[in-house]
Design a protein around this ligand. Sequence first.
Ligand SMILES: Cc1cc2nc3c(=O)[nH]c(=O)nc-3n(C[C@H](O)[C@H](O)[C@H](O)COP(=O)(O)OP(=O)(O)OC[C@H]3O[C@@H](n4cnc5c(N)ncnc54)[C@H](O)[C@@H]3O)c2cc1C
Length: 323
Amino acid sequence: MSKIWVFVELAKEEVSPISLEVMTGARGLGGELEAVVLNPQARLVTETLGEFGATTVYLGTDEAYGTHVAQPHAAVLASLVEQHRPDLLIFGATYDGRDICGHLSAQLGSTVVANATGISTAAGGFSVCSSIFGATLNVTTEVRGPTPCVLVRPKSYQAVGFGGPPPRLVEVSLPAGSPLGARRLESVVAPTSGPKLEEARVVISGGRGLQEPSNFALLDQLASQLQGAVGASRAVVDAGWVPYARQVGQTGKTVKPDLYIACGISGAMQHTVGMKSAGHIVAINRDRDAPIFKLSDLGIVGDVLKVLPALIEELRARGLEPQ
Ligand SMILES: Cc1cc2nc3c(=O)[nH]c(=O)nc-3n(C[C@H](O)[C@H](O)[C@H](O)COP(=O)(O)OP(=O)(O)OC[C@H]3O[C@@H](n4cnc5c(N)ncnc54)[C@H](O)[C@@H]3O)c2cc1C
């Protein structure tokens, strides 16, 4: 039976959503699932990891995992991998996941497949589906040992626990002399209101078609009526209209809401890769040939600055007031 490891990250003292997604995907591979969590708060999440299928959790709680970037994590992972030789090591494609995976593969000389959207078993190894060349091409790569690493994009799997029993815990300590070159000086959490973009059931995104930054107020209003979150295309993020935290797409966030409303967004591949798995897609664009219409369930050809106020008014007439 193959041994599959997942590197687990925490968010606010809980397992981060992407780690739960990756655990769910890894469980579907049918091998023995084990987790590695290196965080001063690691003890808080071991039960959840059992519920998601981990039979063993390797946990390190050294303060360095919270204060330093990548190097201590990669050092301890390298020694664990050499000791236990898992058949596959999966990371979520987060900033930390990418950093740590890069350091680790350089140390171990192991294969890395980035941007994965799915993993399955194959003869003698694993088959990884990933998106390359600015999300214009999907490729399937077969990876074999020793311990290939895969970085999985957010929302590639839906996180589902199955009520597994508490896992066996194995405490690991940071090897003496581990490199501690990059220290985290400050963490800033951007102030937000309403649901988080990655978790919202409704996302309303705006692009250059909104004409000017102040028109994002229409999106805020609609989001408030629908209890959704506001996203954006890179064009308007680059123009400084909205913060980067709102960017949806290849170099921004991946979202999978029940409803995605694209307002004045052309539908470039680099944008759609971050939202094409939404349950329902509505697009408002004045160009009937805009590529976004190819993947929308409902397309409205018109001026977004006229359609949005009409939509807001209609929802208000149906009793949906801004919160
Ligand atoms: C390496 C790389 C990574 C990238 N990563 C991302 C990413 O993560 N996310 C992302 O979004 N992009 C990304 N891009 C950029 C992407 O290629 C597009 O340039 C960008 O998505 C375009 O943004 P837009 O649709 O807002 O602007 P535009 O392409 O300028 O489209 C504006 C749209 O608004 C419509 N419009 C204009 N006025 C109105 C109106 N009054 N009413 C209705 N419709 C109107 C137009 O018809 C047009 O379709 C990336 C590019 C590269 C090269």
